[in-house]
Design a protein around this ligand. Structure first.
Ligand SMILES: Nc1ncnc2c1ncn2[C@@H]1O[C@H](COP(=O)(O)OP(=O)(O)OP(=O)(O)O)[C@@H](O)[C@H]1O
Length: 300
């Protein structure tokens, strides 16, 4: 499948006096894994609830697979893993997954959905007896069992241990390779960086950035150079390519640059003694923090 699986055009959503989304334009391409990042309250869940047809936009349009998200024909092609899911406590894991399979025209075999969520050994356990992380895995199985074309996963790995998290990302990758469109929200930025085709950063109901993880990282100052020396702030700022500089009372300097090689070469050539040199590439987390901080700075 090619083209856009989800389109939001000029979407506003207000709750009383709270403007949760403001003029949101978003295209989610079919067959891609898109990660929606943003601080608490950015509007990520609201956007997903609009795409699920659970909320109506105050203004603008939402189209999913070319149709209205509330249309039953659209709904049977969509699976969702909400942040909190109410699963009847008395059902076993297998019963809950079987129940959800019946909601879809061409579901996966129940055992396949259980295996994708790494739940095989827990199939006979009552949902009410699952741990927090196991419940997240059950919610994931319920989202995928219908074999939907589009999957919304709201903070899927929150509460999962390292092993479950890894199993989750492997399953998400397999589903993407199988042509599914996946939109997920996360606060685990490094995880998103590895798996996402695209990262959309939101803050205060607006999109701040929408790009590949690589280009997003490259669009902000990309490398941090740290060392200790006698150089004062004015001297540090004069090193080539320095975009930001800080130094503490002990002479520990932290510089941000896009050209770390030129900076370190100039430092060596200056003959200034220095120790504890550390050069680190900015992570997506740095890019994200810098974007949201810049935005908040503008607002203040
Ligand atoms: N039903 C509601 N009534 C009133 N305000 C709401 C409602 N739902 C969301 N909001 C507000 O809209 C804003 C966006 O919330 P939303 O849940 O979409 O954020 P989020 O990005 O998903 O945050 P988190 O990372 O905490 O899940 C917040 O200010 C929230 O308080």
């Amino acid at each position: 499948m090619t083209g856009e699986a989800i389109e939001l055009r000029g979407v506003d959503k207000t709750f009383g006096r709270v403007r949760a989304l403001e003029g949101l334009n978003l295209d989610v391409r079919a067959g891609e894994l898109t990660a929606l990042l943003g601080p608490n309250g950015a509007g990520k869940t609201t956007a997903i609830e609009l795409m699920l047809g659970l909320l109506q936009p105050t203004a603008g349009t939402v189209r999913v697979l070319g149709g209205d998200p509330r249309d039953p024909r659209t709904r049977t092609q969509v699976g969702a893993m909400p942040q909190e899911s109410a699963i009847p406590a008395a059902l076993t894991v297998r019963e809950a997954v079987t129940l959800f399979a019946h909601l879809y025209p061409t579901p996966l075999p129940v055992d396949e959905a259980l295996a994708l969520a790494d739940l095989g050994p827990l199939a006979g356990r009552r949902a009410g007896a699952l741990s927090g992380g196991e419940r997240r895995r059950l919610a994931f199985a319920l989202a995928v069992v219908g074999d939907p074309a589009v999957l919304y996963l709201d903070e899927p790995t929150t509460g999962m241990d390292a092993g479950s998290r890894q199993a989750f990302w492997e399953a998400a990758e397999r589903m993407k390779d199988g042509g599914k469109t996946i939109l997920l929200t996360t606060h685990y930025l490094e995880e998103a960086e590895r798996t996402a085709d695209r990262v959309v950063v939101m803050n205060a109901g607006r999109i701040l950035a929408d790009d590949t993880p690589e280009r997003l990282r490259a669009s902000v100052a990309t490398t941090r150079v740290r060392f200790s020396s006698d150089l004062v702030l004015a001297e540090l700022r004069h090193l080539p390519g320095v975009e930001a500089a800080e130094v503490d009372a002990h002479g520990h300097a932290t510089l941000t640059t896009r050209t770390p090689e030129a900076l370190v070469t100039a430092l060596v050539q200056s003959g200034t003694p220095f120790t504890d040199l550390e050069v680190t590439r900015a992570s997506l987390e740095d890019a994200f923090m810098s974007l949201t901080a810049r935005h908040e700075g503008v607002q203040a």
